[in-house]
Design a protein around this ligand. Sequence first.
Ligand code: AMP
Ligand code: MN
Ligand code: MN
Ligand code: MN
Length: 278
Amino acid sequence: MLNIDLHCHSNISDGLLPPAEVAARAHANGVHVWALTDHDEVAGVAQARAAAADLGMRYVAGVEISVTYANQTVHIVGLNIDETDETLLAGLAQTRSGRERRARLIGDELARAGIPDAFEGAARFVGNRDLISRTHFARHLIEQGVCADTSEVFRRFLVQGKPGYVPHRWAGLSEAIGWIRGAGGSPVLAHPGRYKYDPLAFSALLDDFKEAGGIGIEVVTGSHTPDQYAEYAQVARRYGLLASRGSDFHGPGESRVELGTLPPLPDNLLPVWHDWQL
Ligand code: AMP
Ligand code: MN
Ligand code: MN
Ligand code: MN
């Protein structure tokens, strides 16, 4: 059976390793079909594709777009995109554009909470000036001994109601799905188990996602518990969505789940790769 991992990050966004090292790690872990899905950016695609070709690993061009839907952040993965599509590139540039200003405001908020110079601290961890994220602040807070690990950071800081939270408006749902479809790609709703919608709002999200051209949903992801694999397998069947699998690996020692090590998709699901030439 093919080992397929369609969600992970390099230091082009908030991962720790360069694209070629992520490729090597995926290959070493037995991945046969691999997608790099950096946040709001496709600058790693060329390196990732070349590294995968050298390793004889099938590569799928990907991206993970940040979206604001009903006052929450939702992530949409795009798979098999044409990463040179002009409309997609303009949309991603627009989505990235507020990040530095937001990061400076996060720094100001943390300073008010007694943690000075966090913007400068986070910036030291950035691999791409254009893509400073909360993950980089998390690395700084851990390095400073403020928190022990990433999950403690996202419990105590940077989230709604906690110090260092700055609301931000990302791309629109149908806009992001349109960019992916326009670039020939398949839009997949990332890690649905992470969102905090009530059941009515979650079903509205799924309806709107499908209506806008979304076709898949992550069922087996590093963000889900085994119970959630079953729960979101049911959601995929009920809504007629294709199922996807991805580790959401960000880096050694930082991610709970390694590349290519998740269980296979549950039975009776149509995988997002069902009509790919593998
Ligand atoms: P941003 O796009 O700047 O809002 O940062 C979002 C990133 O923060 C996500 O892609 C994850 O890598 C990380 N993140 C968010 N929430 C958590 C969490 N609870 N635990 C670990 N990492 C998280
Ligand atoms: Mn991330
Ligand atoms: Mn995500
Ligand atoms: Mn991700």
